[in-house]
Design a protein around this ligand. Structure first.
Ligand code: SAM
Ligand code: SF4
Length: 435
C-alpha cells in the first residue's frame, strides 16, 4: 500500500534529525511526502517540551486535529519526540484520536507500529528506551542536502535542575564512530558542503562506553572524512570543553571557528543551584582559552533569567558576564518551570513572572546592543561564506553564512547557491551582515 506522510517538527536540532530519519524510514516503505498536513494519510507531530510554551503549542494543535481526524477517518495521527516520551499516558487519555505514541529512543519501531495500526486499526505506542534507537539501515531523507545534520550522541547524563531533557531522552549513548564517519562520507559524496554534528552534549562524546570523553578526537576524524565540507556542532557543554576540543577546532581546516557554549547564568551561586558543574570564573577562563587559541572565534550562548532564587545581584552578574564576554549572539529565555524537575518541584523561591519578564527584556537590550557593535566591527572585512539560498526578503540577493555562523546577504546570481564565496562586509545590523 502506498501512502503519503507529513511530519511537523518542533524544537531542537535533535528533533530535526529524527524527523529526517523518520522520513527516510517512510520513504523506504515506498511512501511519499504530502505537501500539506490535511492531505497526509500519516501525520506525525515531532514534539518538544523544553519550555511550557512549546508543549502548549503542540498540545493545542493536536487537540484541534480531532476535527481533521473526524473528517478523514482513515488518517493516522502520531506523536513522537519529547512529549510522546514524557506524556505517553496523558496523551492516550486526553487525546484519544492519537493513533501512535512513539518515544525518543524507539524510532526503530516506527515502521512496524504503523503496519500494525494499518492492519488492526488499534492505537499503538512504544516509549521504551531501546538499545538501537535507530534502525541500523535507516538513511535520513534530507530536505536540503547542502547542509546536513548528523546525530552523534543520544540522551544526556547531566541533571541540570531546570531541565526535562534527561527524562525525555534517557541516558547518554554515543553513536559508533564508524556510523558517523560513513554518514559523513556519504553526504560529502552527494554534494553536502556543511555538516553539523548534533547532540544534547556533543563534547561528552565517547568512542567506547565507559571511555573518556574525546570530542576533539572525533572532530579530527570527522574533519578528515568530510574533505572540504565545513563542520559545525551543537551543543557543547562549557564543563566538557577541554583543550583537546579547542585544539581540534583551531587545527582542523574545515571545522568552523564558532563556539556555542551555553552559560545559562552569570552568578556562581545560581550556576551551583542549576547544577551546571562550573562556576562563573571557570566559564570566563574557558572563554579566554578559546580566544587565546582562536582569536577570531565567534561565541554564542544560551541564558536563562528568573531561575528560582535569582536575586537582583545574581541577575546583575549575568548582565556583567554578558558585557564582559561580548557574545556574538545569545538565545535568551525566561525560566519555565518543568514539572518533574528539581527546580520546579523542590525550589521554593520562584521568581514572579513580572520580574522575570523585566529581567529578560533588559538582558535582550544589552545583548542586542553588543551584537550590533560586534557585527559593525566586521564592516570592511573579507570573509568566506557558504551561499545557501536566495535571500528571503530581498529578491535578487542571496543568503550566505560565514564560518562564524553569521548570516550574510549579498548580491549575486542564483548559480552561486552551494558555492563558497569571499564576501566583503559593507553594512551590518545586530542579526545580519550585508556584503
Ligand atoms: N544540552 C544543552 C546545554 O546544556 O547547553 C542545551 C539543551 S536545551 C534543549 C537548550 C536550552 O534551553 C538550554 O541551553 C537552556 O538555556 C534552555 N532551557 C532548558 N530548560 C529550560 C527551562 N526549564 N526554562 C527555560 N529555558 C530552558
Ligand atoms: Fe538539559 Fe543540562 Fe542536559 Fe543540556 S546538559 S540537555 S541543559 S540537562
Amino acid at each position: 500500500m502506498s501512502l503519503t506522510y507529513h511530519i511537523v517538527t518542533f524544537g531542537c536540532q535533535m528533533n530535526s534529525y529524527d524527523s529526517e530519519l523518520m522520513e527516510g524510514i517512510l520513504a523506504a516503505k515506498g511512501w511519499s511526502r504530502a505537501a500539506a498536513e490535511e492531505e497526509a494519510d500519516v501525520l506525525l507531530y515531532n514534539t518538544c517540551v523544553v519550555r511550557d510554551h512549546a508543549e502548549q503549542r503542540a498540545l493545542a494543535r493536536l487537540a484541534q486535529l480531532k476535527t481533521l481526524k473526524a473528517a478523514r477517518p482513515g488518517m493516522i495521527l502520531g506523536v513522537t519526540g519529547c512529549m510522546a516520551q514524557k506524556e505517553a499516558e496523558r496523551l492516550r487519555e486526553r487525546l484519544p484520536h492519537v493513533d501512535l505514541v512513539l518515544g525518543t529512543r524507539a524510532i526503530a519501531r516506527l515502521s512496524p507500529l504503523l503496519d500494525r495500526i494499518l492492519a488492526t486499526g488499534e492505537p499503538q505506542s512504544c516509549v521504551e528506551i531501546l538499545d538501537e534507537s535507530y534502525p541500523a539501515d535507516a538513511v535520513p531523507l534530507r530536505q536540503r542536502p547542502l547542509k546536513a545534520l548528523i546525530n552523534i550522541i543520544f540522551g544526556c547524563n547531566n541533571n541540570c535542575a531546570y531541565c526535562i531533557v534527561p527524562r525525555t531522552r534517557g541516558r547518554e549513548i554515543s553513536r559508533p564512530v564508524e556510523a558517523i564517519l560513513a554518514e559523513a562520507r556519504q553526504l560529502v559524496e552527494h554534494g553536502t558542503r556543511e555538516i553539523t554534528l548534533v547532540g544534547q552534549n556533543v563534547n561528552s562524546y565517547r568512542f567506547a562506553p565507559g571511555g573518556a570523553p574525546r570530542f576533539g578526537a572525533l572532530l579530527r576524524q570527522v574533519g578528515a572524512a568530510a574533505g572540504e565540507a565545513w563542520i559545525r556542532y551543537v551543543t557543547s557543554h562549557p564543563r566538557d570543553c577541554n583543550d583537546e576540543h579547542i585544539a581540534a577546532v583551531a587545527e582542523c581546516a574545515n571545522v568552523c571557528e564558532n563556539f556555542h557554549l551555553p552559560v545559562q547564568a552569570g552568578s556562581s551561586a545560581v550556576l551551583r543551584r542549576m547544577r551546571r558543574g562550573y562556576t562563573r570564573e571557570h566559564y570566563l577562563k574557558l572563554i579566554e582559552r578559546v580566544r587565546a587559541a582562536i582569536p577570531d572565534a565567534t561565541l554564542t550562548t544560551d541564558l536563562i533569567v528568573g531561575f528560582p532564587g535569582e536575586t537582583d545581584e545574581d541577575y546583575e552578574q549575568t548582565l556583567d558576564l554578558v558585557r564582559q564576554v561580548r557574545f556574538d549572539q545569545a538565545f535568551m529565555y525566561l525560566y519555565s518551570p518543568r514539572p518533574g524537575t528539581p527546580a520546579a518541584e523542590e525550589f521554593k523561591d520562584q521568581v514572579p513572572l513580572a520580574v522575570k519578564k523585566e529581567r529578560l527584556s533588559r538582558l535582550i537590550d544589552v545583548q542586542e546592543r553588543i551584537s550590533l557593535e560586534v557585527n559593525r566591527a566586521m564592516i570592511g572585512r573579507t570573509l568566506m561564506a557558504l551561499v545557501e539560498d536566495v535571500a528571503p526578503r530581498t529578491p535578487g540577493d542571496l543568503l550566505a553564512r560565514t564560518r562564524g555562523d553569521k548570516m550574510v546577504i549579498l548580491p549575486g546570481p542564483a548559480a552561486w547557491i552551494g558555492q563558497r564565496r569571499e564576501v566583503r562586509i559593507a553594512e551590518a545590523n545586530g542579526h545580519t551582515l550585508f556584503a
